[in-house]
Design a protein around this ligand. Structure first.
Ligand code: F6P
Length: 548
């Protein structure tokens, strides 16, 4: 049966009619313990969803929708190592990477843990040697600069985590992330780095991704221009990949190749050796704390009843906002500067996973799946696009994410930061009524005529839903919980929408076309008769002004 024809969906349409025009002000007025009823805390991670436009009855039917979609059974299939990523014939076992005890996983028959432990040991060895200065470059210098070359999941997760935890970073090491093909990303970095003290991590699951391959080859040429001898590559390059033979072709010795497996999706790979730069930054124990945080969320996801299950609740709320209240986008608003890469990370996690219109059965979905995810550091957004959130008339659910204590404390900063974060979610939820605005204007001594003129501009509709996620501090454990929370939320959404969250065929067409356009742009091939007129016109412009 189509999802939208199910009794559960139909029941939710009734709630929609009931709640659509109900204001958050009313929902809070009806239940003086609304925060208590609509928030949950897990090991310090507090999720307050009381400012979402739901009530107990709607939530009950959302949970019924999750039951109908067999969320628990799908979750168990994922954790059991079934090939639920059927279009790529792969299991989805990133959770094995944060399975920290020594028991088999997913089960004794298909235990992946010996390989996982072996790579973790390899990571630990590299991390200890680099951090202690024992790893030496081709002239015997200790490493000072780590450059992670990768894109998508091989960039966004480690970059987010390294920056988020930068207060814990090794003081003698600098970390850089290069993803863009535009040489403006790599060139200025190479200009300032010293090849003697620089270690490149080429992170690429496939080791065939064009952007990463071109950047890695440029880095290799740059190193060899100083080192002159190919053996130097072993001192300055590490590969993280599921395609070791390609890494060896590049010149990286087997001992410097850290394996990932086909059951780790790119956007779920932070927990694997793709997180090597994070481990180098915060140490192996810090990295293990990140894994332990994620594992804590995994255990919660597997054991908590659906009505107390954080990933399930966040997924259902997002489905409610998207499919019932009609939100087309959702904003991620981290308030900690160190979390600045969270929106980019979540864009890939959510939109590459669920940005689809075809279900597992190959039929078109009959409802919209994932909303557009966007975001920015909260306070910066306040002085840019928040005007639209407050008065632009769009329904844009927001996730506010903030740590209660600062990772870089300076007197007089943290309380104002928190005040802004809490003020914004409150202003978005409750707005300002005409009556409140009128009283405020009158208090300034304005005459009635002036008040009437200004009044429409001073009213805030409110009723903008948000979730606030609070952490005690930005530490590896909390970050691990937070990211795993979002991963499982995306999984639950995919299950309810009936799609496969773990493939990404939609990124292939552009890659194919770029490959076929390249010889034309390089001038090695004439205009292909099949090219469309627009692309022909743009290529002729490039031929006039561009360089290769
Ligand atoms: O193009 C999308 C994608 O396949 C992502 O899913 C992945 O994270 C990224 O490219 C990088 O891929 P790789 O790690 O194989 O270089």
């Amino acid at each position: 049966m189509n999802l939208t024809n199910t009794p559960e969906w139909q029941a939710l349409l009734v709630h929609k009619a009931r709640l659509q025009d109900q204001h958050l002000r009313d929902l809070f007025a009806e239940d003086e313990n609304r925060f208590k009823h609509f928030s949950l805390e897990l090991d310090g991670l507090l999720v307050d969803y009381s400012k979402q436009r739901i009530d107990t009855a709607a939530l009950k039917d959302l949970l019924a929708l999750a039951e109908h979609s067999d969320v628990a059974a799908w979750r168990d299939r994922m954790f059991a190592g079934e090939k639920i990523n059927f279009s790529e014939n792969r299991a989805v076992l990133h959770t094995a990477l944060r399975h920290t005890d020594f028991t088999p996983f997913p089960n004794a028959e298909n235990d992946v843990m010996p390989e996982v432990h072996a790579v973790r040991k390899q990571m630990r060895d590299i991390v200890e040697r680099v951090r202690s200065g024992l790893w030496r470059g081709f002239k015997g210098d200790a490493i000072q600069n780590i450059v992670n070359i990768g894109i998508g999941g091989s960039d966004l997760g480690p970059k987010l985590a390294t920056r988020a935890l930068s207060a814990l970073q090794h003081p003698g090491l600098n970390f850089y992330y290069v993803s863009n093909l535009d040489s403006a990303h790599l060139a200025p970095l190479l200009e300032k780095l010293d090849p003697h003290t620089t270690l490149f991590i080429v992170a690429s699951k496939t080791f065939t991704t064009q952007e990463t391959s071109i950047n890695a080859h440029t880095a290799r040429t740059w190193l060899l221009a100083s080192a002159m001898e190919e053996w130097a590559i072993a001192k300055h390059f590490i590969a993280v990949t599921s395609n070791p033979s390609k890494a060896q072709e590049f010149g990286i010795p087997e001992s410097n190749i850290l394996q990932i497996w086909d059951w780790v999706g790119g956007r779920y790979s932070l927990w694997s050796a793709v997180g090597l730069s994070v481990a180098l930054a915060i140490g192996m124990r810090g990295f293990e704390r990140l894994l332990e945080g994620a594992e804590t969320m995994d255990k919660h996801f597997c054991s908590a009843p659906l009505e107390k299950n954080l990933p399930v609740l966040l997924a259902l709320i997002s489905i409610w906002n998207t499919n019932f209240l009609g939100a087309e986008t959702t904003a991620v608003l981290p308030y900690n500067e160190s979390m600045r890469h969270l929106p980019g990370f979540l864009q890939q996690l959510e939109m590459e996973s669920n940005g689809k219109t075809v279900g597992r059965d190959g039929a078109a979905l009959n409802c919209r799946a994932n909303p557009i995810v966007w975001g920015e550091i909260g306070v910066n957004g306040q002085h840019a696009f928040f005007q639209l959130l407050h008065q632009g008339g769009w329904l844009i659910p927001c996730d506010f994410v903030v740590a209660a204590s600062s990772d870089y404390p300076l007197p007089g900063h943290q309380a104002p930061l928190l005040a802004n974060c809490l003020a914004q979610s409150s202003a978005l939820a409750f707005g300002k009524t005409e009556q409140q605005a009128r009283i405020e204007l009158a208090a300034t001594g304005l005459k009635d005529e002036a008040i009437a003129k200004l009044l429409p501009h001073k009213v805030f509709a409110g009723n903008q839903p948000s979730t606030t996620i609070l952490m005690p501090s930005l530490d590896p454990f909390q970050l691990g919980m937070l990211l795993a929370l979002y991963e499982h939320k995306v999984f639950v959404q995919g299950v309810v929408w009936g799609l496969n969250s773990f493939d990404q065929w939609g990124v292939e067409l552009g890659k194919q076309l770029a490959n076929s356009l390249l010889p034309v742009l390089e001038g090695n091939q004439t205009y292909d008769a099949l090219l469309d007129d627009s692309t022909r016109g743009l290529i002729s412009y490039f031929r006039r002004y561009g360089n290769n």
